[in-house]
Design a protein around this ligand. Structure first.
Ligand SMILES: Nc1ncnc2c1ncn2[C@@H]1O[C@H](COP(=O)(O)OP(=O)(O)O)[C@@H](O)[C@H]1O
Ligand SMILES: [Mg+2]
Length: 269
């Protein structure tokens, strides 16, 4: 039984994983970074994957984003088993359905801000004028239209992160994957990035999957998935969502705290 509340409980999960395992290295040197992860992520949710450094957050994020393949287990996207997807299809999904805000996904720093944002549209085969129009629009969303012609290299860390967000949203994705989106930023700039991401979630219904070790950021998400040593150790939902959906008849004070954390059993299939 799944006790977890989701904004779209009636819907089928957008992404679901069963017994997801990932090992690095071989035989005696093998290291199990993920040890059987079961997750359901629904459309329109904001989900935090939280845990200490080395717990497996980025590994999980890369698998969910279909950037890497699991050693064992399944990842379904909209009900379809992704292990059968061919490279072309994977590329297409990553290009059109997913947006990435990863620190490791550096921009081409010698190219202009505009060209960096245009790139996914170019890959998707969008025509010259249309891709220019849409890239400028995305830059307006992150308040950087005036930097369109600058070299990406000349921007500050926070501005570069906003360019990454512009590039992530330019194809109107269903899901944005953000790995430590505020990692290297000062708190003011970090707050701005967060506001942007949650604004996209609220206004456009874009599903947010955010990897973080920052509890304050995790608390802003509808749901938190805590990872330790490659396993889900706890899941929790936002108190407001809990109140809306389980009103009144629960006497357990422990469940009444902000950002209730409780164990959730995910249905096996
Ligand atoms: N390519 C790799 N080869 C070997 N070990 C790796 C590789 N990537 C990650 N690991 C190991 O897997 C564990 C989880 O890493 P990671 O998912 O990056 O954690 P997190 O993002 O939570 O800090 C760590 O112990 C890390 O050293
Ligand atoms: Mg990481």
């Amino acid at each position: 039984m799944n006790l977890g509340y989701n904004k779209n409980m009636s819907k089928k999960p957008l992404i679901s994983t069963r017994n997801l395992r990932k090992s690095y290295g071989r035989r005696s040197a093998a290291f199990e970074a993920l040890k059987g992860i079961n997750l359901d992520i629904y459309e329109g949710e904001s989900v935090a994957i939280i845990g200490k450094s080395g717990s497996g957050k980025s590994t999980l994020m890369h698998l969910l984003a279909l950037l890497d393949k699991p050693t064992e287990g399944t990842i379904k996207l909209e009900g379809k088993n992704t292990s059968q997807f061919r490279q072309h299809k994977l590329n297409d999904i990553r290009n059109k359905k997913f947006g990435f805000v990863f620190q490791s996904f550096f921009m081409n720093s010698n190219d202009t801000v505009l060209n960096n944002v245009i790139l996914p549209l170019k890959i998707a085969g969008v025509g010259f004028r249309e891709r220019r129009r849409r890239a400028l629009e995305a830059l307006r969303v992150v308040d950087l239209a005036d930097k369109a012609k600058n070299k990406a290299n000349d921007l500050s860390g926070g501005q570069k992160q906003r360019v990454c967000i512009a590039r992530a949203i330019v194809n109107d994705p269903k899901v944005i994957f953000a790995d430590e989106p505020t990692g290297n930023l000062d708190s003011g700039t970090g707050a701005r990035i967060i506001k942007l991401l949650f604004g996209l979630n609220e206004r456009k219904g874009i599903t947010l999957i955010i990897v973080t070790h920052d509890q304050d950021l995790a608390n802003m998400c509808d749901r938190q998935i805590h990872i330790a040593d490659g396993e889900v150790v706890e899941e929790g939902i936002k108190q407001e969502l809990y109140d809306e959906n389980f009103d009144g008849d629960n006497d357990n004070d422990g469940m009444r705290e902000k950002n209730t954390i409780k164990r959730i059993d995910v249905e096996e299939d």
